[in-house]
Design a protein around this ligand. Structure first.
Ligand SMILES: CSCCC(=O)C(=O)COP(=O)(O)O
Ligand SMILES: [Zn+2]
Length: 199
């Protein structure tokens, strides 16, 4: 995929998440894989209102999340984790939002959030009767620390990571696949929070 094509897709998906209230302020970031050998991603630029991105508000980064050449905008501060997730999982797209339900669920379940016997698990790529543990890692400003924590608990069958007191990452074959998974996971976590008591 070309960078300009990726920019259009990332801007449209970001606007959609922002309208859902999952990218408040300048929070959240999205990426799509442009090529695998070597790994290249298009990632949203840092610090912008993700509900108002232009297709040019993206940056091409390498497998460390660093810009591949002189580009006018800085990549997302979390580009390094996007690249790590794409590299380890083989996903074609990684999405990160600041929806509230995942953060509340992680606060209550810092060792991992258990989801079980729910029809919506099928929208997360798992059988309805399965037992899924969504990993939770402590927040860090160092993407290598977050990446190491992600990789240590990585289960190829579970395409999500919750960063405590921060937000959630979900990945898929492409941006639409990742969105469908995220929408279902957010529903599952809202359900879990409600059953456990509270929001
Ligand atoms: C108020 S958002 C704090 C930074 C963050 O967690 C985030 O998702 C946005 O960072 P970016 O560098 O991608 O704008
Ligand atoms: Zn974030």
């Amino acid at each position: 995929m070309r960078l300009d094509e990726a920019g259009g897709l990332l801007a449209a998906e970001s606007a959609r998440y922002a309208a859902m209230g999952w990218m408040r302020g300048t929070s959240g970031n999205l990426s799509v894989v442009l090529g695998r050998d070597p790994l290249r991603l298009a990632v949203t630029a840092s610090g912008l209102d993700k509900g108002m991105l232009e297709p040019s508000d993206v940056v091409e980064v390498d497998f460390h999340g660093a810009p591949v050449r002189g580009q006018p905008l800085a990549p997302s501060a979390e580009a390094g984790l996007h690249a790590r997730v794409a590299r380890v999982s083989g996903a074609g797209a990684v999405v990160h939002v600041h929806a509230l339900a995942p953060v509340i669920a992680a606060e209550r379940n810092p060792g991992g959030i258990v989801l079980q016997d729910l029809e919506m698990l099928k929208g997360f790529g798992r059988p309805a009767d399965s037992r899924v543990v969504v990993p939770v890692v402590p927040n860090s400003q160092d993407m290598r620390v977050l990446g190491d924590a992600f990789e240590a608990g990585y289960d190829p069958a579970t395409p999500a990571l919750v960063v405590a007191r921060h937000g959630v990452y979900v990945w898929g074959d492409d941006l639409v696949h990742a969105r469908h998974r995220l929408e279902c996971l957010e529903w599952l976590l809202r359900f879990t929070n409600a059953v456990e008591g509270g929001a």
